[in-house]
Design a protein around this ligand. Sequence first.
Ligand code: SF4
Length: 203
Amino acid sequence: MRDIGVLPDSVRVHGVLHDSRVNGPGRRAVVHLQGCTLGCPGCFNPETHDAHGGRVVGVAALADELLSRAPEGVTVSGGEPFQQLEGLTALLTRLRPRVESLLVFSGYSLEELQALPGAGLALELLDVVVAGRYVVGERRPGAFAASANQRIHCLTDKHSPEAFGAGGVEISILPDGRIVMTGFPDAALRRAVRSLGEGGATS
Ligand code: SF4
């Protein structure tokens, strides 16, 4: 691996989930990074937009937390992960030797990411990027990518596009009593779960 110089040692995190089966192939740990300026109308995750929200977490500790249940893969979602590019790269660098599969959900298209200065290493470290803005008019209920314009790019041969056929919804009750929903629920389900006090993010 090439010399990456000094990278930041922390990222701003919205939340972490373990043992998810709706955020990529296999049993995965999921981290939602905090902060997004892309402003897609109808975004499922408005609580992840504030770049000053969430909590700041060291990437070494975060990598250990994500790998603590020996997942088959790690998924990074948002917010917009590439708006914390250096921290994202530092996190992926720590995870890459220790986990089989790395996937990122991004609101940028792959072409935008390839043109983003400094994003090359993060892309080299990934197996999959699900890329593109969420477009509410192109919503695809039950699909892995939430809207039809979004693209699933398999950047290595670890996964095939067929592995991403159907999406799903998970509702978790955390040890502290918070209810977290992830995946792509319809509006009625989101309202119902939020009325119970959902405290996390979807992807
Ligand atoms: S859908 Fe994703 S990229 Fe779009 S505003 Fe929401 S968090 Fe940002």
